[in-house]
Design a protein around this ligand. Structure first.
Ligand SMILES: NC(=O)c1ccc[n+]([C@@H]2O[C@H](COP(=O)([O-])OP(=O)(O)OC[C@H]3O[C@@H](n4cnc5c(N)ncnc54)[C@H](OP(=O)(O)O)[C@@H]3O)[C@@H](O)[C@H]2O)c1
Length: 242
C-alpha cells in the first residue's frame, strides 16, 4: 500500500468523476474520492474500491482547499495525479440571466486555480513529477446557447491547462485536459427530449458517450502518455475534432 501511486479525483462521487475513480483504482492507484454533497455515493464508491480515502470539500472555498491538502498529506503522504472533474453549469440565456447568476460560475474557477497551486507546491514540485488532468468540455470549443458562463469557464480551463503545462518545462509534470462531448450522466439527464434529439443528430456515432469512455482516456493520461502535455483530448463521438 505504501508504494501505491495516489490519485485524487474531484467530484468523484457521481457521473464522470466516479468512472474516473474506478478506472484509476483498476490501474492500481490509491484514490482520494473528493465530494461536496454526495456523501453516501462517495462512501459507497470507497467501499467498492476497497482502498482509498474521502475528502469532503467545497472547492469554491480556499480555506476548505487548504484543509484538503492537509488531509491528502495525512491520508496518503503523496499525490501523483490530480483529476479535476468537479463542475456545474448555470443554464440560462443572456436575456434571462442576472449578474449574480453569472457570478455563480466564477468561484469554482478560482478554487481550481488555488487547488492546483497548492497541490503543485505541496506534492508535485518537490518530486519534479506529477500529472494534472482537467475535465473541460466540447462546449468550450463549439459554444452552446444558454450556457455562456459555463462555456467561458470550460474554454478558460483548456487555456489554463496549456499555460500551466508551459510553466513546468523541463520537469516531469504533465498537464492535460479531456474535453467530453455529451455524456450520459445526471448533468445531461435533465435535458429536454427535443434537445437530446438535436444533439444526437449532430454526433457521428449517433449516441451519447458513457462516463467510462471518458475515464479510460483519463486513466491513459494518468498512467501512460509520457510525451503528452498541454493537450486537450476530445472524447465526443466525432461531434468536434479540435
Ligand atoms: N455530462 C456531460 O455531458 C459532460 C460533458 C462535458 C463536460 N462535463 C464535465 O464533466 C464533469 C463531471 O460532470 P458529470 O456529467 O459527471 O456531472 P455530475 O454528476 O453533476 O458531477 C459534477 C460533480 O461536481 C461536483 N461539484 C460541483 N460543484 C462543486 C463545488 N463547488 N465543490 C466541490 N464539488 C463540486 C459535484 O459534487 P457533489 O455531488 O458531491 O456536490 C459532482 O460530483 C463536470 O466538470 C462537467 O462540466 C460533463
Amino acid at each position: 500500500m505504501e508504494d501505491s501511486k495516489v490519485a485524487v479525483v474531484t467530484g468523484a462521487a457521481t457521473g464522470i468523476g466516479a468512472a474516473c475513480a474506478r478506472a484509476l483504482g483498476a490501474h492500481g492507484f490509491m484514490v482520494g474520492i473528493h465530494y461536496r454533497k454526495s456523501e453516501q455515493a462517495a462512501r459507497e464508491l470507497l467501499a467498492e474500491l476497497g482502498q482509498g480515502f474521502l475528502l469532503q470539500v467545497n472547492l469554491t472555498k480556499s480555506g476548505d482547499i487548504d484543509a484538503m491538502v492537509e488531509e491528502i498529506k495525512t491520508a496518503a503522504g503523496r499525490l501523483d495525479v490530480l483529476v479535476h472533474n468537479a463542475g456545474f453549469s448555470v443554464n440560462m440565456d443572456i436575456n434571462s440571466m442576472r449578474l449574480e447568476q453569472f457570478d455563480a460560475q466564477r468561484p469554482l474557477a478560482r478554487g481550481v486555480w488555488y487547488l492546483m497551486k497548492r497541490v503543485l507546491r505541496q506534492f508535485m514540485l518537490r518530486r519534479n513529477q506529477g500529472r494534472i488532468i482537467s475535465i473541460s468540455s466540447v462546449v468550450g470549443h463549439t459554444g452552446n446557447g444558454g450556457q455562456i458562463p459555463y462555456t467561458m469557464e470550460k474554454a478558460a480551463l483548456d487555456a489554463f491547462t496549456k499555460s500551466l503545462s508551459k510553466e513546468f518545462a523541463g520537469r516531469e509534470i504533465l498537464v492535460n485536459a479531456v474535453a467530453p462531448g455529451f455524456i450520459a450522466t445526471e448533468m445531461t439527464a435533465g435535458l429536454p427530449e427535443e434537445v437530446q434529439e438535436r444533439l444526437l443528430a449532430n454526433i457521428p456515432l449517433k449516441r451519447m458517450g458513457k462516463p467510462e469512455e471518458v475515464a479510460e482516456v483519463v486513466a491513459f493520461l494518468a498512467s501512460g502518455a509520457t510525451y503528452i502535455t498541454g493537450s486537450v483530448l476530445h472524447v465526443n463521438g466525432g461531434l468536434y475534432g479540435g
